[in-house]
Design a protein around this ligand. Structure first.
Ligand code: HEC
Ligand code: HEC
Length: 201
C-alpha cells in the first residue's frame, strides 16, 4: 500500500484555493459584490445583488428595514408566508444567513422603480391612505420602521399583489394588521393606493 500521508495539508489547501478561484472566475457575472454575504449570488437572479429588482413582481429589498427582511425570510422558511420562488430558497438559509442578508439589503440604496403613475389615481390613493391611517404604522411617506416595512417606491405590481393577497387571506403572516386593513378595500382602492405608494420616495 502506498503511504498517502505525503500529501501535506499545505498542498490540499493550495488545491482547494485553486478550485475556489476557478469557480469564482467561471461565475464572475453572478459573483456577489465585495462585502456581500455569499448567498447574495442566489438572490441576485431575481432581486439583483443590490436589491433593486427590475421585474415588478420581485420586490425591491434595497433600503428595506433589516428587521422586516429578516422576519420575512424566517416566515418563508417556517411556512407562515408562501411563494413558489422564495419557499425553497429560504429553506436553505440559517438564522445567521438571514441576519446577514437582511443587513446587506437594508444598507443598499433604493433606486427609482421606473413606474409612470396616473396623477388622478395617485391623488385618490393619497386620500385613501390618509383616511385609513396607514401612516400610524408605516410612518409618514411609508418610510417604515423595524418590523413595519418601508413601502415607498416599491414596485406598483408587487404592492397590488400584496394588498390583494392580504385581502384574500393568501398572505397571513402579518399578525392580523394588514388582513384587517385590506379586508374592505375595493379593486379600485387597491389600484389607487399602489399608484400612490409606488410613487413615493
Ligand atoms: C427566482 C426568483 C427569486 C430568487 C432567486 C429570490 N427571490 Fe426573494 N422574492 C421573490 C418573489 C417573487 C418575491 C415576492 C413573493 C410574493 O409575491 O409574496 C420575493 C420576496 C422576497 C422577500 C419579501 C420582501 C417583502 O417586501 O416582503 C424577501 C425578504 C426576499 N424575497 C429575499 C430574498 C433573498 C435574501 C434571496 C436570496 C437568498 C431571494 N429573495 C431570492 C423571488 C425570488
Ligand atoms: C396597524 C398597523 C398597520 C396599518 C394601519 C397598515 N399597515 Fe401595512 N403593514 C403592517 C405590517 C405589520 C406589515 C408587515 C406584515 C408582515 O410582517 O408580513 C405591513 C405590510 C404592508 C405591505 C406589504 C409590504 C411588503 O413589502 O410586502 C403593504 C403593501 C402595506 N402594508 C400597505 C399598507 C397600506 C396601503 C395601508 C393603509 C391602507 C397600511 N399598510 C396600513 C402594518 C400596518
Amino acid at each position: 500500500m502506498p503511504d498517502r500521508s505525503f500529501v501535506k495539508p499545505a498542498v490540499i489547501v493550495a488545491l482547494a484555493v485553486t478550485v475556489v478561484l476557478c469557480a469564482a472566475r467561471a461565475d464572475a457575472q453572478s459573483a456577489p459584490p465585495a462585502g456581500a454575504p455569499a448567498q447574495v449570488a442566489i438572490c441576485a437572479a431575481c432581486h439583483t445583488a443590490t436589491g433593486n429588482s427590475t421585474n415588478p413582481m420581485y420586490p425591491i429589498l434595497a433600503g428595506q428595514t433589516a428587521r422586516y427582511l429578516y422576519l420575512q425570510l424566517k416566515d418563508f422558511k417556517a411556512g407562515r408566508r408562501h411563494d413558489p420562488s422564495m419557499d425553497p430558497i429560504a429553506a436553505t438559509l440559517s438564522p445567521e444567513d438571514m441576519l446577514a442578508l437582511a443587513e446587506w439589503f437594508s444598507k443598499q440604496k433604493p433606486m427609482p422603480n421606473g413606474f409612470t403613475p396616473d396623477p388622478a389615481k395617485v391623488d385618490a390613493g393619497r386620500k385613501k391612505a390618509e383616511a385609513d391611517l396607514c401612516s400610524m404604522c408605516h410612518l409618514g411617506n411609508f418610510s417604515g420602521q423595524n418590523e413595519i416595512p418601508r413601502v415607498a417606491g416599491q414596485h406598483y405590481a408587487y404592492i397590488r399583489k400584496q394588498l390583494d393577497d392580504f385581502r384574500a387571506k393568501r398572505r397571513t403572516n402579518d399578525g392580523g394588521n394588514m388582513t384587517s386593513v385590506a379586508a374592505t378595500l375595493t379593486d379600485a382602492e387597491i389600484d389607487n393606493l399602489a399608484q400612490y405608494v409606488a410613487n413615493l420616495n
